[in-house]
Design a protein around this ligand. Structure first.
Ligand code: HEM
Length: 405
């Protein structure tokens, strides 16, 4: 007689230490699970998670309580025409031409500056000295904000992320998140007013000027979007860079292949996003009763979609627990567009608007890191350990290398 395993508890320390075994049990035994502590249904199979992202009956109203208290009202919560218009207002700044012409130099400059800090040292802790700073510095510069305020943005970003991941409802973390909302508003609103008067060619000015059919974003809308960008564009890309290198350093022959042929950075990033996605779970809220995997989920419930589990579903990917940048069952050419098949950027209307920016940042950063550290290897005895449940990535990544002469 086979005994059915217990349903994994997503809020347990065991799950935080290693969610991948639990993901397997969830997919196989509890594909639609009611999770009491989180008061949420949990779905884990590729097919079900992809459907929840694509089918508009699964709304993003959950962000009303998950994000609005700390950011204000953002694009993530919107639906229908309101969402389409807002998306139309912000998306052009993140598309290919604009990115290449205006923002590529900003990305290169920020990567180089950070690498110059350790170029001759022979060792670096890649998370603390590179990946946590790089994307946030890029966004601050893209927005045309003061370089001197990088540290302040870093602090706000850390507090926003802690608020979002506050599963245990720690009151100090909640209070710090709300304080950040006030501080960010006090900082941003006068700058937004000034850019409306004297626009430049930075991202913030573009957001101020953007207009579709007479609709523009209010000052409050822009401030909320900036706050979202710090979290959505900072932490995710930070974890993507760190995970890419953790995966490659653990697979030296694949690292060597990427070092020799830099066109492999994009496929290696796509595989990293599948294998170790920066965002492991996002939520949805069905507008009406909906059946998924044979279970009826009542309207208004919270559904937690396990991206980390779906991306390793053997029903979708062959040998899914293996990191393989050469796999032929992951479309790498469309991995950064809404036609992606991995789920790291979600799918459908809310597909990550910054996917191409993230790809550009990682390509530029990875290229320059590989140039600066041709023989990079994990420091003696170092074993990268992933941290986080909602978002997840290596906590630290100590690397050694021979500095270029
Ligand atoms: C590897 C890096 C990234 C990952 C894994 C990622 C992941 C995601 C995911 C999963 C969503 C969908 C959320 C949902 O549907 O509930 C999303 C949406 C979004 N992302 Fe990203 N993201 C990344 C980089 C960026 C960057 C660099 C930016 C901009 C600076 C950005 C800005 C946004 C915005 C504004 C949305 C909301 C889009 C909408 O609601 O229409 N992201 N991202």
């Amino acid at each position: 007689m086979t005994v059915r395993p217990e349903a994994p508890d997503i809020t347990s320390p065991e799950f935080a230490a290693d969610p991948y075994g639990s993901y397997r049990v969830l997919r196989e035994e509890f594909p639609v699970l009611w999770h009491e502590p989180m008061q949420s249904y949990v779905i884990s199979r590729y097919e079900d998670v992809a459907r929840a992202f694509r089918d508009p009956v699964f709304t993003t109203a959950n962000y009303d309580w998950q994000l609005e208290p700390v950011h204000g009202r953002t694009i993530l919560q919107l639906s229908g025409r309101e969402h389409a218009v807002r998306r139309g207002l912000v998306a052009p700044a993140f598309r290919g031409d604009e990115l290449q012409q205006r923002f590529l130099p900003v990305i290169e400059h920020n990567a180089r500056t950070l690498i110059d800090g350790f170029r001759t040292a022979g060792k670096v802790e890649l998370v603390g000295q590179f990946s946590t700073h790089f994307p946030i510095n890029v966004i601050v510069d893209m927005l045309g904000l003061d370089q001197a305020d990088h540290a302040r943005f870093q602090r706000w970003y850390t507090s926003i992320i802690a608020f979002l991941g506050n599963l245990s409802q720690d009151p100090d973390i909640a209070a710090a998140g709300l304080r950040t909302r006030e501080e960010l508003a006090a900082y941003m609103l006068p700058i937004i007013a000034e850019r409306r008067e004297n626009p430049g060619d930075d991202l913030l000015s573009r957001l101020c000027l953007a207009e579709i059919d007479g609709t523009r974003m209010s000052d409050e809308d822009i401030k909320a979007f900036v706050s979202l960008l710090l979290a959505a564009g900072g932490e995710t890309t930070d974890k993507a860079v760190a995970a890419l290198f953790a995966n490659l350093l653990r697979n030296p022959e694949q690292l060597a292949a990427v070092r020799e042929d830099r066109d492999l950075i994009a496929p290696a990033l796509a595989e990293t996003l599948r294998y170790t996605p920066p965002v492991h779970m996002i939520m949805r809220q069905p507008a009406e009763d909906v059946e998924i995997g044979g279970v009826t989920i009542p309207a208004g419930s919270t559904v937690t979609c396990l991206i980390g589990a779906a991306n390793r579903d053997p029903g979708r990917y062959r040998d899914p627990e293996r990191f393989d940048i050469f796999r032929d069952d992951l479309k790498t050419t469309s991995a950064f567009s809404a036609a992606a098949d991995h789920l790291a950027f979600a799918l459908g209307r809310h597909f990550c608007v910054g996917a191409l920016l993230a790809k550009t940042e990682v390509e530029v950063g990875a290229n320059l890191l590989l140039d600066a550290m041709p023989d990079m290897r994990l420091a003696d005895g170092a074993v990268p350990v992933e941290r986080g449940v909602f978002t997840r990535g290596p906590g630290s990544l100590p690397v050694e290398f021979t500095p270029a002469a």
